[in-house]
Design a binder for this molecule. Structure first.
Ligand code: G1P
Length: 278
């Protein structure tokens, strides 16, 4: 049973300036729901009710979003608008939210290490809210990964096939396929040059990590772009122990890019229209 899910959310969101000048990128909405709320719902669907968020300066809106707003509640109480708060109220009731600040931006590995104080010594999920994942036909992505964790009891990565020209934007794995779409990882490269890519399998922003990752991260030297990379720490973990990767069933939108954000918006709008026609 994995109880905790970590959300690294300290980044500046520079690709969305000026929208992210005074607002966290994780609060940008796809239709009427902030990106991070989709991620939290996915964690809860996988049974993870302790939501640990690594924040940074200027991210207060995240804490306010996952809290009750008494004035607002009172204003709309008994009106037709009240139903718009049903989902977020459920999350606030079902989950515990805890926060810590990443003081310096030294990479995703460093952000995850900053979350150690909230996680402690137990396995945990990690969701990058930028990567919005949906599976219409079955369990959510974190739930799919949990099934692999329950079988192999080691860190698990989510992967998908990526066009060759885009591999340089991802951590890329090589591995041996043990079950259908489930690989034992033998190699991992963060944002490789085309000739260095060990396969076409890119890591997407979902991880289940065993807590020994924290000690490994402490020993991990800055890698690509001078940042402490979770990919490098996982490479060490794969050599010392075992790391699995699973091809996700469903769709993933890269909402860290304007194009991905628009595609996600179109997709959720279509879903919304379908639901409202029935
Ligand atoms: C991070 C990881 C990378 C992974 C990607 C998925 O990169 O470092 O390995 O493939 O997330 O979105 P970022 O996109 O934060 O640069």
């Amino acid at each position: 049973m994995i109880r905790k899910c970590l959300f690294p959310a300290a980044g500046y969101g520079t690709r969305f300036l000026p929208a992210t000048k005074a607002m966290p990128k994780e609060i940008l909405p796809i239709l009427n729901k902030p990106l991070i709320q989709y991620g939290v719902e996915e964690a809860v669907d996988a049974g993870m009710h302790h939501i640990a968020i690594v924040t940074g300066r200027g991210k207060r809106a995240l804490e306010d979003h996952f809290d009750i707003s008494y004035e607002l509640e009172q204003q709309i109480s008994g009106t037709s608008k009240e139903s718009l708060l049903t989902d977020i109220r459920r999350l606030i009731e079902e989950c515990t939210f805890s926060y810590t600040r990443q003081v310096e931006m030294l990479g995703l590995g460093h952000a995850i290490l900053s979350g150690e104080t909230l996680i402690g010594n137990e396995p945990f999920g990690v969701i990058l809210a930028d990567d919005l994942c949906v599976n219409e036909d079955g369990p959510g992505i974190m739930e799919q990964m949990l099934a692999v964790y329950n079988k192999y009891r080691c860190s698990v990565l989510a992967i998908q096939e990526v066009p060759e020209e885009d591999l340089c934007k991802y951590g890329v794995i090589a591995g041996r396929e043990l079950d259908d779409g489930v690989f034992m990882v033998s190699d991992m490269v963060e944002k490789p040059e085309p000739v260095e890519a060990p396969s076409n399998l890119g890591i997407i922003g979902r991880y289940i990590l065993t807590p020994d990752i924290f000690d490994i991260l402490r020993q991990t030297k800055p890698g690509k772009n001078g940042e402490i990379q979770i990919t490098d720490a996982l490479q060490t973990q794969a050599r010392q122990n075992m790391v699995m990767a699973v091809k996700i069933q469903g769709r993933r939108f890269d909402c860290g890019s304007v194009t991905g954000f628009v595609h996600a918006t179109e997709y959720f709008y279509e879903q919304f229209m379908k639901e409202n026609q029935e």
